[in-house]
Write a protein that binds this ligand. Sequence first.
Ligand code: BGC
Length: 738
Amino acid sequence: MHRKATLALLAATIALQSAAWSAEPSSSVAPIILAQDTKGTPDERAAQLVRQMTYAEKVSLLSADADQFSTKPIERLGIPSFRMADGPTGVRNGPNGLTTGCAFPCGSALAATWNPDLATAYGKAVGLEARARGVQFQLGPGVNICRVPVNGRNFEYFGEDPFLAAAITANWTKACSDQGVVPTVKHFAANNQELERDYVDAIIDERVLQEIYLPAFKKAVQAGGTVAIMCSYNRVNGHYASNNNYLQNEVLRGMWGFKGMVMSDWGASHSPDDILKGLDLEMPTGENLNNSRFEQAIAAGKMKDAELRAAVDVSVQRLLRTAAAVGWLDAGWKRRDESLPLDSADSHATALAVAREAIVLLKNADNFLPLDRARVRKIVLLGPNATRVANGAPAPAGGGVEGRRALRGGSSAPNVGGGGSSCVTPFSSHDDDGDYYASIKKLAGDKISVTYLPTTASQLASDSALAGQVAEADAVVVVVGFNRGSETESFDRAFDLPAEHVALIRAASKANPHVLVITNGGAGVGIAPWQENAAAIMHAYYLGQAGGIAVAEALFGDLNPSGRLCSTFDAKWEDNPAFPYYPGTNQNGVPTEPYTEGLFYGYRGYDKSGKAPLYPFGYGLSYTTFELSNFKLDKLGADVTVSFDLKNTGRLAGAQVVQLYVGEQGCPLPRPVRELKGFAKIALKPGESAHRQIILHKDAFAYWSPEKKDWTVDAGKSFSIEAAFSERDIKAKADIDM
Ligand code: BGC
């Protein structure tokens, strides 16, 4: 339907509905129209139900049922309860014990693929896993921006750049929605650190919010068709997110036209008037959106009865409209689609496909990798993350599947999920494929001996037999980094690796120079202090249940790494542009985090200061080489078509990510030197070339004008457009006047 017509109809529906707001329905006289028998558009069907509901019934829909993960049913009207389950890395806590599912790679691993088609596959697979388990609201994806590497939840999110994050979000949410499951995009907004997350006040000016911290949410709504958003715990500019009229009403609904519902993060609501500020559903219990809190607020003069009742109607309408739109109110709708497998081969394939493209090769001195199966005879693995062990427990003697099984006791691996509690999916089958040691052994073949040595650095230094085993190896693989105990929600993590991990890398390299270090972490980790001790370095994020296979394939060259960093890796944490302002100060009892660096965080900050990051945004090596040529710009109206050729000039098949950065010259306001505005991942056989075009639309040149309170493009200004293999590896550049 035409947008204007839709709006007119909505206005009429709301007007009709408001006539009924003042009085309780005379349910004794009118025949009941069940949810399944309501007719019309989702808005009309929702309004029909709202008209028939008592005030108490409406209030009951503003918070969760006793299980704390469902809305309440209203059986009298045929309104079922709707079930939620956590994500984003799969379905964590499905109903009826249907908890285990596929453990997908984490969000930043997905972003590091730079492959929106994989985001589609991921969103679809998660949606189907949810539908198979009877889940209506999948609590993900998480789309906050990586501002600081230490944020405990970076691993759930899509990296530092709003354009990349938005591209991944759009496809993820659309594909999940298409399965009849509502992705609940979180955490709105500016939940960019876990330290003091429940109280911290993020002070961010409007332009920075609009340009950096909100675009992924906007894309979820406008391109992904998202109809549920979860607010964050923190405050933004003085108001809790749950009570933030600017975010929830002005931006989300006013500017973006969002018609869905906002639910709180678990315990993120603080006040009954959240409902006036745009919150619709309080999770997990109704501490604030309940009748007695409403009455108290009215008695205290904090809200008016009529405005409260109007807001309650609107919130209930939003929930029911969402339900009607997805089909949950239709006759014959089944909460759980039993025709779908609980253990899905398609999910496993997607988890593997994402893991394969997420590995970022950071260093590869003298082409140490890939290992040649014909020449390598002995591989030794070291490090706590090489085998799957229960939450940070020491690796079992000898490692291996049996030892792990004995230890596992229901928890997942460091390299499987990353992070703890709400974010990690327990896994079912294929669990051994997430294990680096088991997978390397599997792929090595009979002629190569693969051993895991569960040793510490000091044991290695003092035990000559152990040191001898390491020294004899053709390759030593040291797997280190964070895990679900050390990188998770509710606290921020360290930047540097644990001292013991660094000591182990050094001890290994002392015994043998052929060291590959694999790091696990949701974003940047301290690498500079030991970089020289490694011949090769791979950053493996948290690759999910199939991550071991992907890593083993990359080790032997069955797979050519094509992941590119989705956030800048600092040489040291102190170099990070946001470091001086983190973790903020205490202002009258409120932890306050000023985003003083503004737009100049991440690579934008490095470009401004001229400092060098250790590994730039968009960086990643390959086992082959690429050449970009015939770079050309064509202007057609407000659009610019960028065309180029890419050739694989090496001897192996591989993929390169061509990144387009735009920068404005002479903007009246400060702007970053370059910002990502387009990209294409291109797979090529050796010697093969491809011609590609990427269209940059008007919004690629726009910035947020605080004066106009809108996006603007400076007419007559010159813009540089760069094609690059990373933010610091510019291959071609040309200017164009707008
Ligand atoms: C997390 C959310 C999660 C919720 C429910 C909260 O602690 O911040 O991301 O969806 O718990 O488990």
